[in-house]
Design a protein around this ligand. Sequence first.
Ligand SMILES: C[S@@+](CC[C@H](N)C(=O)[O-])C[C@H]1O[C@@H](n2cnc3c(N)ncnc32)[C@H](O)[C@@H]1O
Length: 257
Amino acid sequence: MTTPPSWQPPIGPEWPHEFFASPDALVLGGFPDEDTSRQEAEQVAALIGLRAGMVVADIPCGPGRHLVHWARRGCCAVGLDASPYMLRAAAATAERYAVHVHLVRGLMERLPFGREVFDVVVNLFNSFGYLPDDAANQRVITEAARCLKRGGLFLLDTRNPVAQILCAPLDDWVLLPQGRLLRVTATYLRATKRLEVQWIEADRGQRVYAASLRLYNLEELKGMFARAGLRLEAVYGDFAGTTFAGHLQMILLGRKG
Ligand SMILES: C[S@@+](CC[C@H](N)C(=O)[O-])C[C@H]1O[C@@H](n2cnc3c(N)ncnc32)[C@H](O)[C@@H]1O
């Protein structure tokens, strides 16, 4: 029988910087493999009508697993991430694919780019809702819109909160490559509308990683797009372009007016 994890301090706003600083994030975050990443990049390219010469920004880019494929198509590919570890991984990915990508360290809520520079901005793989309050999460979309050219596209690939709430509470085990065993628990807190995830060292009972995601429903996201001056063009349930109908994935495509 498993015992409940002992009390751990609340998860602070700095969690993304701690979590994504480690190679463990690639395992615990369940990042898709290279073939899946290539397929996703091609499918996203089709959804946004990507053409050679376009300037596309992947914010946040993580290990650059999508970016390199857009560079191969002749796009000017810009990746921004807060994590030096992820940026090093992205540089290694670009080297492996022998393409040039522009990698920038920065915050998605305060982009270090000028106005109207990108044809497309994407935010992929559930990288939204990390910030501590609604105003800060809104800034992620507003900043993306600010940096888009008129008529440019913003694609947000997030998860359907209904499906995520149904999967919580979760209590499971995960084995890291070095043989370290972690217990993972996930709880949805109705009061804050956040999914709180923690990974606890099996031996010492101490929390080693944590994540806290504000889950936004479709109506809330529509409001956030509108406030950023983005006209919603489509909502998909997968990268193949199936219209969203309660899928696990929720992909919003907005155009700057
Ligand atoms: C789940 S990963 C997804 C990365 C990439 N989009 C992908 O599909 O592989 C989330 C990324 O967000 C980055 N990140 C977290 N908070 C950030 C912030 N405030 N500004 C910029 N990047 C951030 C992390 O370092 C991590 O690489």
